[in-house]
Ligand binder design. Structure first.
Ligand code: GLC
Length: 445
């Protein structure tokens, strides 16, 4: 790529972020994603800090406004009008007494990237400003991490569990789809499946108006996800009632890896502001780091998510297995085994890395939603982990390839790992933001 190319792609990414800005926050993409999403805004702030750090702070403050009284950060804060009112009626978060009154949110969470975003935004400030910023964000962060443990780690084992694939952020990933089909299906879904009526879903689906159906979830999967959400809603988003008779509960390896990294960053934030974290939270953090190793499968030499009820690893390959590289606490030996897989041309080592599912998997589809294509956010997290383990060349290659994808086609939602063709939503905010971040690392190196 020439300097001209780099200037052009940076301009394009800035333009996308500008167009997707909505007064207080950035939407992921026009049309398809009209609300504020939790981990999207964290990635967006990491990019926006290079353009306007005050705006990046605002992005995160807006997220924290949606925090529930019990500490949960919801995965969506609905737009005040338009599809916002439709989704607000579907979710009915108000059934739970902890939901905020001043705005409408979903009733589940998403990966805890907030500590990372807070630190990255803080990096752009003077030490005095940073302390103030950290002080402001420390309280909601501590409240969120305590909630993750108190509600989602019922046996104090260190791994938090997820109740819906949407919480993982990798919505349609094979291990999740497999679990959703394996567990109890409501009778009406079974009837629809038997009578092959799932095409009717097309009448209510919004995503397929914005991207070709072959690049989105299958109707039957979308239906099951909807049914799972309805069930959580019927229990008023109340964890005790949900866990009383759960459909499925998964200890997701990617989510827990992100939590382990977020814990390390939260400790840094507390230290810089001379605050002591609650003792019980520090204990949970230490347990998490150890418990992550329980997800290691010695036979396959890989980390996998675990079915919390059956206590069995879900041995279905996906990029989630590489995410302990981002956690940063696994041994160098295990990190090297993951890196072997990352470079292997029969699995993840493709022309435009890193595919969300290895090409060796029977699930692999070049542009199937979370079932093969390359996403810029997973590239960013894995490259960051590689840097911290000292694999600078490998991290640099991922950064260059990510920038190249955006330069060839614009910051799309995802790309084929085989030939780089773009898919999903165009003008996708986190792709734009993280490409900008990659570009600054490029300059720094
Ligand atoms: C999709 C992605 C999810 C993301 C959301 C908004 O649902 O799977 O990770 O947060 O879109 O971009």
């Amino acid at each position: 790529m020439t300097t001209q190319d780099l200037i052009k792609v940076a301009d394009e990414c800035r333009r996308v972020l500008d167009n997707n800005w909505r007064d207080t926050h950035t939407i992921p993409a026009e049309g398809l994603y009209p609300h504020q999403w939790l981990w999207d805004s964290c990635f967006i702030a990491i990019g926006t800090r290079h353009i306007d750090n005050k705006k990046a702070q605002q992005e995160l403050r807006s997220l924290v406004k949606g925090q529930w009284a019990n500490g949960m950060l919801p995965h969506m804060i609905f737009a005040g009008s338009g599809s916002g009112s439709r989704d607000r009626r579907i979710w009915q978060a108000w059934r739970n007494p902890h939901a905020p009154e001043s705005l409408d949110t979903s009733g589940i969470t998403q990966p805890p990237m907030l500590a990372e975003a807070v630190v990255r935004v803080g990096e752009m400030m003077s030490s005095v400003e940073r302390r103030e910023w950290y002080q402001e964000m420390l309280k909601p962060l501590v409240k969120y991490h305590r909630w993750l443990y108190s509600e989602r780690d019922p046996h104090n084992e260190g791994l938090v569990l997820l109740l819906h694939p949407w919480e993982s952020g990798f919505d349609n990933s094979p291990p999740w789809i497999e679990q959703v089909h394996r567990h109890h299906k409501p009778w009406w879904v079974v009837v629809i499946e038997k009578l092959r009526l799932e095409k009717l879903m097309m009448l209510v689906r919004r995503d397929t108006h914005h991207a070709p159906p072959g690049q989105r979830m299958r109707n039957i999967d979308a239906l099951l996800y909807f049914a799972t959400m309805q069930r959580l809603k019927r229990k008023d988003w109340d964890i005790d009632r949900i866990l009383d008779r759960p459909y499925f509960t998964i200890e997701d390896v990617a989510f827990n890896s992100i939590l382990v990294r977020a814990n390390t960053l939260l400790k840094k934030i507390a230290k810089e502001t001379a605050h002591e974290l609650p003792k019980e939270l520090l204990e949970h953090m230490a347990t998490s780091q150890k418990a992550l190793e329980e997800l290691w499968d010695t036979g396959h030499k890989k980390y996998y998510s675990r079915d919390f009820i059956r206590r069995k690893l879900i041995k279905n390959d996906s990029i989630a297995s590489l995410m302990p590289l981002y956690a940063g606490t696994i041994s160098r030996d295990r990190a090297e085994q993951l890196i072997d897989d990352l470079k292997n041309s029969r699995t993840y080592g493709q022309k435009y890395p890193i595919p969300s599912v290895p090409v060796s998997s029977s699930w692999f589809k070049p542009v199937g939603y979370w079932q093969g294509p390359t996403w810029i956010n997973t590239n960013w997290m894995i490259a960051d982990g590689l840097q911290r383990y000292g694999f600078h060349k490998e991290a640099g290659d991922i950064a260059v390839s990510s920038v190249q994808l955006a330069s060839m086609h614009g910051p799309y939602e995802y790309f084929s790992a085989i030939d780089g063709s773009p898919a999903g939503a165009k003008n996708f905010s986190w792709s734009a933001a993280l490409v900008l971040d990659f570009l600054t690392q490029h300059k720094a190196n």
